[in-house]
Write a protein that binds this ligand. Structure first.
Ligand code: SAH
Length: 412
């Protein structure tokens, strides 16, 4: 046993204090002193004491020194998620309340509290709440749980959210892959309070959208693109705009309303998305936008062979890289897609290209564009490099929270 390591002490555990100790392998402690919140199974030497999934545990160096306190899950590759680096701090109701209050306070400082609007109140690791995402749509909350520890404490977390935000209802959304990876068995749907009678109508950038909290994609709307939709629109005056992967029409409607585009065509492969986009256009009395159901790759091929040209193309595809191993394949798909977009762009056209794959970096996207520029012989100028809206902050202690890259470019 290494020097300074005391054998397991069986102690009475107060609520929120450790049930067991997770001991790191030698030389593995550095990222956790740096407050990275994910302890992977590969960094762990052994567990001292008995830890059930969802229990609070202490993380110790191989010499037995306290590093941090977190929640254990034997079913996840992220064996321990860390929440506090203070030995005296319990992970209990008061702790959750403090973290949630701090996160909500930040959004107030950002000026996002419009009661008719929508915002991300809690963004997981970036708010010191690994495994918990909370979006507000007017008086409803949509909670996405991505950690077993948060799922096991859902009643407690929901009670605090009710006290702090006083919503009319709270919905639960889980991503299937994530739930399986964590061993979460929550059912999606209304968890607390009342359900709205239909879609919830929210304002964003002065445009109104119907959001389907029970059935919509993700938590119902892509809030991270709020500022990018507005920024992109400012380049679109009098242009023909193609909004690829349009979902409920966010970029398309900003192009029409704020951008004064000449006409807008939105395309998405989901029939539901196209129906939502059409309904949202009607809701805002936008008559210059059309929406069609199609695969965007096929649609771009067809538009190119019909010699159709646009003054601007927006590409906002779903995540192409699910893990590190699929980055090369994802980059080839981004290349194909962006190449097709350049083919339908008139000279001097605007390309708004996005990637929401966390494993694909900003530099990867720039090199991908370099490849497209070389292949097409058309120089590409990046006018703005943007990320997610500030209610989706980037936590520097967990760089995995940087995922959205939005590049606004001019294609010569
Ligand atoms: N731009 C949207 C968000 C896009 S999310 C916004 O601002 O809200 C990605 C969208 O791509 C989803 O709506 C999904 O239905 C759609 N999608 C996924 N694969 C597709 C494909 N091959 N062709 C067209 N649409 C696709």
């Amino acid at each position: 046993m290494p020097d300074g390591f005391s054998p397991t002490v069986i102690r009475e555990t107060a609520p929120g204090f450790a049930a067991a100790q997770v001991v790191l392998k030698p030389r593995k402690a550095r990222p956790f002193y740096g407050r990275h919140p994910w302890v992977l199974d590969s960094a762990i030497a052994r567990v001292e004491g008995v830890a059930a999934d969802g229990d609070v545990v202490d993380l110790l160096t191989d010499a037995g020194k306290f590093v941090a306190r977190g929640i254990f899950n034997s079913q996840s590759r992220i064996r321990v998620r860390l929440y506090t680096w203070e030995n005296a701090q319990a992970i209990d109701g008061n702790f959750w309340k403090h973290q949630l209050q701090t996160a909500i306070e930040l959004r107030k400082q950002l000026g996002l509290g419009d009661p008719t609007g929508a915002e991300r109140l809690v963004f997981s690791e970036a708010d010191g709440l690994s495994g918990l995402i909370v979006d507000r749509y007017t008086q409803w909350l949509s909670v996405q749980v991505t950690a077993l520890g948060a799922a096991n404490r859902l009643d407690e977390l929901v009670a605090i959210l009710v006290e702090l935000v006083q919503p009319r209802g709270i919905f639960i959304r889980t991503e299937k892959g994530v739930a399986t990876a964590e061993g979460i068995t929550l059912r999606d749907g209304l968890y607390w309070g009342e359900a709205p009678t239909g879609p919830v109508f929210v304002f964003e950038n002065g445009i109104q959208y119907g959001v389907d909290l029970a059935e919509g994609q993700k938590t119902g709307f892509y809030l991270d693109q709020r500022d990018n939709r507005r920024a992109a629109a400012s380049y679109f005056r009098d242009r023909k705009v193609l909004d690829m992967f349009c979902y409920s029409g966010g970029f398309a409607l900003n192009a029409a309303v704020h951008g004064h585009a000449r006409e807008v065509l939105g395309i998405d492969s989901s029939q539901k998305a196209v129906a939502l986009a059409r309904a949202n256009a009607e809701l805002n009395a936008v008559s210059i936008a059309r929406f069609e159901e199609a695969d965007c790759f096929k649609a771009l091929h067809a538009l190119a062979s019909d010699r159709r040209r646009f003054g601007a193309v927006i590409l906002d595809p779903p995540k192409f890289a699910r893990n590190r191993q699929s980055v090369d394949e994802a980059l080839r798909a981004y290349h194909r897609l962006n190449r097709l977009a350049v083919d339908v762009l008139e000279p001097g056209g605007i390309l708004v290209t996005n990637s929401c794959s966390g494993h694909v970096t900003r530099d990867d996207m720039l090199y991908m564009l370099l490849g497209v520029a070389e292949q097409t012989g058309r120089p590409i100028q990046v006018l703005e490099t943007r990320g997610a809206a500030p209610d989706h902050p980037l936590g520097v202690t967990c760089l995995e929270t940087e995922y959205l890259k939005c590049l606004i470019c001019r294609v010569v």
